[in-house]
Design a protein around this ligand. Sequence first.
Ligand code: COA
Length: 319
Amino acid sequence: MSRRSVIAGTGSALPRRRVTNAELAETVDTSDEWIVERTGIRARFIAGEGETTASLATDAARRALEAAGVAPSEIGLIVLATSTPDQTFPASATIVQAALGIDDCVAFDVQAVCSGFLYALTVADSMIRSGAADHALVIGAETFSRILDWEDRTTCVLFGDGAGAVVLRAETGERGILAARLHADGRHNQLLYVDGGPSTTQTVGKLRMKGQEVFRHAVTNLAQVLREVMGAANLDVSEIDWVVPHQANRRILDATARKLGLAPERVIVTVDQHANTSAASVPLALDVGVRDGRVKRGDLLVLEAMGGGFTWGAAAVRY
Ligand code: COA
C-alpha cells in the first residue's frame, strides 16, 4: 500500500486580546449590527506586544506536536503558510524551527494568502508521499492586523490574527489526505492585494480589496474545487462529515453550502469568533472542531479555501 499523510495532531493559538465589534465601533465608523449582518463576525483577536506570526505559529505547533505525541526532533519538514511573516526573510518557518529546538530539517514559507494552508498542506503531502519526510509540521499563521488600513472600514473589520498547525505522519492505510486540488488565476491579482512590497515601494503596504467582486468569485470557485476534489477522491459530496472552510464571511460559507446541497450543520464555523485569519483560518477551525469533539477519527473532512491572487484549493481527508 502506498504512503499517505495522516493528520496525527492539531493545535492552534490566538493573541491575548479579543476585540468585539462594539469596541471597534468606538474608533471606526461602523456598527456591530452592520458587521454581523454582512459578515457574521462578532469578534477577532489582535496581536499585541511580543506577539508575532512566528510566536503564534510556534505556540500552535507545540500544541499540535503534543496532540500527536510527536517529539520536535522527529519533524523532518516545516511548511509555514503566511502573508505576514516576521521579516521579509528569513522564512518564519526557520524562526519556528529554532524556537522548537529542531537542529536540522527542511523549513520554508509558502505564500498563497488565504489559500496558503491548502497550498502548504499539498506541498507537504507530496513531500511525505515521495519519502522526503516521515513527519511534517504544516502551519498557517498570520498577523493581518499589522497590514490593515485601520481607517478603511470596508476591510479593517473583516480580519484577525491567529495560528493553526497540524502534524502530518506518513502511514499506509485508509486514513490520510485522499486528494488535493489547487488553482490560481493571476488575472484577478488586483482585486485583493497589498499596496506595497520590498521590490516596489520598500514598504510593507496595506491590504486593499474589492469586496463584492471577491465574494462573487469565492462562491463559484469554492463550489467548483470542492466538487473536483471529491471526484478525485472518488467520493460523493453526500459522504462528507465535515467541511472545514476558510473563514472569510458567513454569507460565503452559507452560499457555498447551498450551492453544493450541503447541510449547514456539517460546516465548521469560527468566523464569528476569529474573523478572517487568512492562512490560519482552516487549521484554526479544524483544531476547534477536533478539540470540541465534533471531528472524530475516521470522519471524512473537506478543507477548502480561496484568497488573493486569486488562489484556491481543497483537500479531502480521512481524519
Ligand atoms: N460598517 C458600516 N458600513 C460599511 C462598512 C462597515 N464596516 N463597510 C462598508 N460599509 C458600507 C459601504 O460604504 C456601503 O455604503 P454605501 O451603500 O453608502 O456606499 C454599504 O456599507 C454596502 O457596502 P457593500 O460593499 O455593498 O457591502 P457588501 O454587502 O458587499 O459587504 C463585504 C461588504 C466586504 C462584507 C463583502 O463584500 C464581502 O464579504 N466580500 C468578500 C470579502 C472577503 O471575504 N474577502 C476575503 C476573501 S479571502
